[in-house]
Write a new protein. Structure first.
Length: 143
């Protein structure tokens, strides 16, 4: 699944927003760790699609400029209609496979909650906050 895919032709899957500017506290660079995480997630989802064209993607990967948690980068947020939205931190390209595993667990959950005991161990400290699903429903109603 590439970032240019239309969500109109996609099944109901989570959207994973990845901060492209996250530097993990490091100096400015051409391709910061947040952008590297984004690239790795896209590469993994694209490889899965090549391996099994019928496989539903773990998430639609979208890059964003800043999620305003710079001291806890890399940052991502996962959202899906009718489920909690989670702000996740302490991520990096080395955790991309675990993030996609988490996205599948999130999508399979009833309300968007994946208990810590079910998350990949590398993501034990990832939760920074959550937003109620009702905020997205109201946004949809106003469209």
């Amino acid at each position: 699944m590439s970032a240019s895919s239309s969500s109109a032709d996609m099944p109901d899957i989570p959207i994973l927003h990845v901060c492209l500017t996250c530097r993990r506290g490091g100096p400015a660079m051409d391709r910061p760790p947040g952008a590297q995480l984004y690239d790795r997630l896209l590469a993994l989802t694209d490889a899965e699609k090549v391996q099994d064209p019928a496989l539903i993607p773990a998430a639609e990967i979208r890059g964003v400029e800043c999620l305003a948690s710079c001291d806890r980068g890399c940052i991502a947020a996962i959202a899906m209609k009718g489920r909690w939205t989670w702000l996740m931190g302490h991520l990096g390209p080395e955790k991309a496979e675990d993030i996609l595993t988490y996205a599948r667990l999130y999508a399979a959950s009833k309300k968007g909650t994946v208990m810590p005991s079910r998350r990949p161990a590398a993501l034990s400290d990832m939760v920074l906050g959550r937003v109620p699903a009702c905020l997205y429903e109201r946004e949809d109603e106003q469209s």
